[in-house]
Design a protein around this ligand. Structure first.
Ligand code: CUA
Length: 322
């Protein structure tokens, strides 16, 4: 039995030593989290070894002989022993609490200089908005070695943001804002995963997190801006053709309506505010030769705020071209 025990123990010890238990630690926070993890684990291993050692020794040393049919001697406990096995775990649990508390304060501290990214979880995707650059993407791109505050939000049910290599993980909850502070230290591609069971697509709720150099980050932001701009003006043009083309002529969109003013003539030089007002409140100013009340007055309800802005952007751009 002793030989078998030693053999099994040896194999398990080798497995424990040679398996990389944790994913690579690729953020400044990850190293601190790992330190707490190993601190707790080593205490657990030491206590387990102590308890298992005493048990095995007792089984071997105090085993009743084959002809020993007596009852065991009556024991009333041992005050000293009880004080020790209460005081030692209390001290260990206190140490773990204090150490964890200190590390938690460190990794959740918001640095003075940091970038903000708005993270939104919804069944079953993540989206990442960069308020400074006014860019939104389905991919989280961050510059290496720079602290970022991810402000988490959810549209429908509770989700949970996690990139294993960064360790930092937190729930995204509808109606409140939570945050994660992270400083990625390694360039590469990682996986953002949802770790809160949020519906049928939960297992597929993943996104790419890409850590790049500062130059790479600037380039990515520029690309996103250009992509958004061309998508925006295409959408604005389509909206114009569908919603306005029957009544208004505009060469850029190829519409020939003649019910309302010819926009090729009246649009040049008009500001975004004037154009927006003319769409949502057409009676505010009537072009010479036209009657009030002809253009529908419910475009504010027909169009979403974003559609209205796309339409205005498109018309401002077209007005500038003419
Ligand atoms: Cu979102 Cu699971």
């Amino acid at each position: 039995m002793v030989l078998v025990g030693v053999a099994v123990g040896g194999v398990l010890a080798l497995v424990a030593i040679f398996i990389p238990w944790l994913p690579p630690a690729d953020s400044t926070q990850a190293h601190k989290v790992d330190d707490v993890y190993w601190f707790v684990t080593i205490i657990c291993i030491a206590i387990f070894a102590l308890v298992a050692g005493v048990s095995v020794y007792s089984v071997w040393k105090f085993r009743a002989g084959p002809d020993d049919l007596d009852d065991g001697s009556p024991i009333h406990g041992h005050t000293g022993l009880e004080v020790v096995w209460t005081a030692v775990p209390a001290a260990l649990v206190t140490a773990i609490s204090i150490y964890s508390g200190v590390v938690l304060t460190q990794i959740e501290k918001i640095p003075a200089q940091h970038r903000v990214v708005q993270v939104t979880g919804q069944q079953f995707t993540w989206s990442f908005a960069y308020p400074e650059a006014k860019v939104t993407s389905g991919q989280l791109t961050l510059p290496v070695n720079q602290p970022v505050e991810l402000k988490l939000n959810a549209k429908d049910v509770i989700h949970s943001f996690w990139v294993p290599q960064w360790r930092m993980k937190k729930d995204a909850v509808p109606g409140i804002e939570t945050n994660v502070i992270v400083t990625p230290t390694k360039v590469g591609t990682f996986t953002v995963m949802c770790t809160e069971l949020c519906g049928l697509g939960h297992a597929a709720m993943r996104a790419r997190a890409v850590v790049v150099t500062q130059d790479g980050f600037n380039r990515w932001i520029q690309q996103q801006k250009q992509a958004a701009a061309s998508a925006g003006s295409a959408q604005g043009k389509t909206l114009f053709t569908q919603q306005c083309g029957t009544c208004h002529r505009l060469a850029d969109a190829g519409t020939k309506g003649a019910v309302g003013p010819d926009l090729d003539k009246v649009l040049p030089g008009k500001s975004a505010d004037f154009i927006r007002e003319s769409i949502v409140n057409p009676n505010a100013e009537i072009a010479p030769g036209f009657q009030p009340g002809v253009m529908p007055q419910d475009f504010k309800d027909r169009l979403s705020t974003q559609q209205l802005e796309r339409l205005v952007e498109y018309l401002v751009k077209t007005a500038g071209k003419a």
